[in-house]
Ligand binder design. Structure first.
Ligand code: KG4
Ligand code: ZN
Length: 363
C-alpha cells in the first residue's frame, strides 16, 4: 500500500439507502469517519417485505442528502475524498442503479476513481471495519439473501465451500417470523420474541445433520415451524416456538461451520485459524454465541462486526473499495449494475443449483 485512501461508499442494493466515509491508511489502519443508514422499513412494512419499485424510488429521493450527511459528519467535502465505491450488485437492480449512477456522477465530476463493489465483498470485509483481521480467514456470510461458507484469501479472492440449497438463514428468520405474526423485518423481531422462551418446548427437524459437505438447508425447518405456528394458542407457546426456531437455525449454522472449520484447518496447517461471521443474521445474539463456542472449540479466533455493520451499511462498501484502490484496482464508468453476482463465480457455474437463493429482494 502506498498512500491513504479516503473513500465515499454508497449502498442501495436493498431497502437501506446508505453512505459512509472510510479512511484506509498506508499501514492498513481503518477509520470509519461516518456511516449513515437511511432505512425504508416504514415504507415497506405494510407489504410485509421489500417492494422493489418503492425501494428504487426511495433511494432516488434520499441518496444525495444521505451522501451529503456522510460527508458532513466526516467533516469533509467532495474535494477531500480520493475515491468513490458504490455497490454494483447483487441486489434489486433498480436500487443498485441509483447508488451506482450517483457514484459514477461524483467520480466523473471530481475526476476520482470509481470502484463497483460486490455487496457480498462488502459483508466479507465488514468485520475489518472494527478489528484487525488479516487474510486469510474462513467466513460465514449469513444475510437475508445469502448463506455461504467462504475461504477469503485476500481482496477479491474468495473460494466458496458451501451455500444454501434452498433458503438463506435470514430468509428463514423472516418467513417464520411472518407465520408467527411478527412484523417485517422478521429476524430482529423473532429474536426479541424468543427472549425468555424455552427452546426445548418444540422439536424441529435437523436438516443435513452429519451430511457430507458444507451446504445448508432451511426449507424443512420453515415448513415445520409454519405448521407448528398454526397450533400455537398463547403467548408463552409463541415465545417458545420463536426460541426453538432461533436455536435450530443457530444449531445448523454451528454444525455446518464446524465441519468447514475441520476441513479449513486441514488445509491451513501451522497457520493462524481465523473465523469471521458477517451479514444481517450475524446480529443475532444466539447465533453469535453458538458460532463463538464452535470457533473456540476448534482453535479458531472469532470475529463478528459490531451490530451496526452486520446489516447493510455503506462503511463496508467504502472499505471494500478502499482495499481495491490500495491495490491499484478501479472500474470504468460504464461498470454495469448486476442483479446477480456470485463472489466465487467458478463455484456458482460448476453448481448452478446454488446460484438460486432468494429470487428478488436480496438475490
Ligand atoms: O445483511 P442484510 O442487512 O441484508 C442482506 O444483504 O440480505 O441482512 C438482512 C437479514 C434479514 O433477513 C433480517 O431478518 C436478518 O438479516 N437479521 C436478523 C437479525 N437482524 C437482522 N436475523 C436474526 N436476528 C437478528 N437480530
Ligand atoms: Zn447485505
Amino acid at each position: 500500500m502506498t498512500s491513504t485512501h479516503t473513500v465515499l461508499g454508497l449502498e442501495t442494493s436493498c431497502d437501506e439507502t446508505a453512505a459512509a466515509v472510510v479512511r484506509l491508511d498506508a499501514d492498513g489502519r481503518v477509520e470509519v469517519l461516518s456511516s449513515i443508514v437511511g432505512t425504508q422499513v416504514d415504507a415497506h412494512a405494510p407489504y410485509g417485505g421489500v417492494v422493489p419499485e418503492i425501494a428504487a424510488r426511495a433511494h432516488v429521493e434520499t441518496i444525495d442528502a444521505i451522501a451529503a450527511e456522510a460527508l458532513k459528519v466526516a467533516g469533509l467535502g467532495y474535494g477531500d475524498i480520493t475515491g468513490v465505491a458504490a455497490t454494483a450488485g447483487p441486489g434489486l437492480v433498480g436500487g443498485v442503479m441509483v447508488g451506482l449512477s450517483f457514484g459514477k456522477a461524483v467520480a466523473l465530476a471530481r475526476g476520482l476513481p470509481l470502484v463497483a463493489v460486490n455487496h457480498l465483498e462488502g459483508h466479507a470485509v465488514s468485520a475489518r471495519l472494527a478489528a484487525e483481521i488479516p487474510y486469510p480467514f474462513l467466513l460465514l456470510l449469513v444475510s437475508g439473501g445469502h448463506c455461504q461458507l467462504l475461504e477469503v484469501a485476500g481482496v477479491g479472492a474468495c473460494r466458496r465451500l458451501g451455500t444454501t440449497i434452498d433458503d438463506a438463514a435470514g430468509e428463514a428468520f423472516d418467513k417464520i417470523a411472518k407465520t408467527l405474526g411478527l412484523p417485517y423485518p422478521g429476524g430482529p423481531a423473532l429474536e426479541r420474541l424468543a427472549e425468555g422462551g424455552d427452546a426445548s418446548a418444540f422439536t424441529l427437524p435437523r436438516a443435513l445433520l452429519g451430511r457430507e459437505g458444507f451446504d445448508f438447508s432451511f426449507s424443512g425447518l420453515k415448513t415445520a415451524a409454519a405448521r407448528l405456528a398454526e397450533t400455537v394458542t398463547n403467548d408463552i407457546e409463541r415465545q417458545n416456538l420463536a426460541a426453538a426456531v432461533q436455536a435450530a437455525i443457530a444449531r445448523q449454522l454451528g454444525e455446518r461451520t464446524e465441519r468447514a472449520m475441520a476441513a479449513y484447518a486441514e488445509e491451513h496447517r501451522d497457520q493462524p485459524l481465523r473465523f469471521v461471521v458477517a451479514g444481517g443474521v450475524a446480529a443475532n445474539g444466539v447465533v453469535r454465541t453458538k458460532l463463538k463456542t464452535v470457533a473456540e472449540s476448534r482453535g479458531f479466533s472469532f470475529d463478528a462486526p459490531p451490530l451496526a455493520y452486520c446489516t447493510d451499511n455503506a462503511a463496508m462498501i467504502a472499505l471494500a473499495g478502499a482495499e481495491r484502490l490500495a491495490l491499484g484496482i478501479s472500474d470504468p464508468l460504464d461498470a454495469p449494475a448486476r442483479p446477480r453476482w456470485p463472489l466465487d463465480a467458478a463455484a456458482a457455474l460448476a453448481n448452478p443449483i446454488h446460484v438460486h437463493g432468494r429470487k428478488g429482494a436480496k438475490a
